[in-house]
Design a protein around this ligand. Structure first.
Ligand code: GRF
Length: 218
């Protein structure tokens, strides 16, 4: 089976990107070729992480485009030029255009730091997610990896894992524990995708064979 060609879009420090880079290196992620990292931020540390691992790093400046659509199309062109199969959003802070999402239907993966559909949707990013989790008083939060559809955080869920909320938690302490789970969950989801282990049934994402030996079915 041909390797799945991946591009990661990231706006920030890129620890989730690093988890995928490391996962490919140590074999947790199979059948994957991470060949491009794109950022909307010139100084995003994610771009440095890419360069440090010999991966092409591209800063595409949104200010150079008149519209969001124009910007999205510019990224899309770079992905198509490189035959990218899978797009991974790892802390990418912009909403993708409808035409972008359509061009990569069920081939864009996002990581979100809560148990979707709780504490998700427009405006739920960064510290706000964890602050609201604590203020609401829920006892369990977690991380979700999902396919991206035309809504915000509404696409089919691939993997989720729970994290206990502790009485003494601050947004920072909770974010730290959730992030550790993200770093395990994202490479696992990318691996399942790249090895052809995911199957859609309506909006449900099913894992074939419990994730084992999926290659044989292709
Ligand atoms: C993570 O919490 C992720 O869930 C969210 O943005 C954050 C990115 O962190 N989408 P990093 O840049 O991967 O370290």
């Amino acid at each position: 089976m041909a390797k799945t060609k991946i591009a990661v879009l990231a706006s920030g420090r890129g620890t989730n990107l690093q988890s995928v880079i490391d996962g490919i290196k140590n074999g947790i992620v199979g059948n994957a070729d991470l060949r491009l990292v794109v950022s909307d931020k010139e100084k995003a540390y994610a771009l440095e992480r890419a360069k440090n691992s010999g991966i092409e790093a591209l800063w595409i400046d949104p200010r150079a485009y008149e519209s969001d659509d124009g910007y999205n199309n510019a990224i899309l062109r770079e992905l198509k030029d490189r035959d990218i199969d899978l797009v991974v959003l790892a802390g990418y802070m912009r909403i993708l255009s409808k035409s972008f999402v359509r061009a990569y239907k069920n081939a864009i993966i996002n990581i979100h730091p809560s148990l979707i559909p709780s504490f998700s949707g427009r405006g739920y990013y960064g510290e706000r997610v964890h602050r609201e989790v604590i203020e609401y008083g829920v006892k369990v939060t977690g991380a979700t990896v999902h396919f991206v559809d035309e809504g915000t955080d509404t696409g089919p869920i691939i993997l989720q894992q729970a994290v206990q909320v502790l009485g003494e938690d601050t947004p920072e302490s909770l974010a730290k524990r959730v992030l550790e789970v993200e770093h395990a969950l994202l490479p696992r989801a990318v691996d399942l995708y790249c090895r052809g282990c995911l199957r859609m049934e309506g909006r449900k994402v099913l894992v074939k064979n419990g994730g084992a030996l999926c290659e044989k079915e292709h």
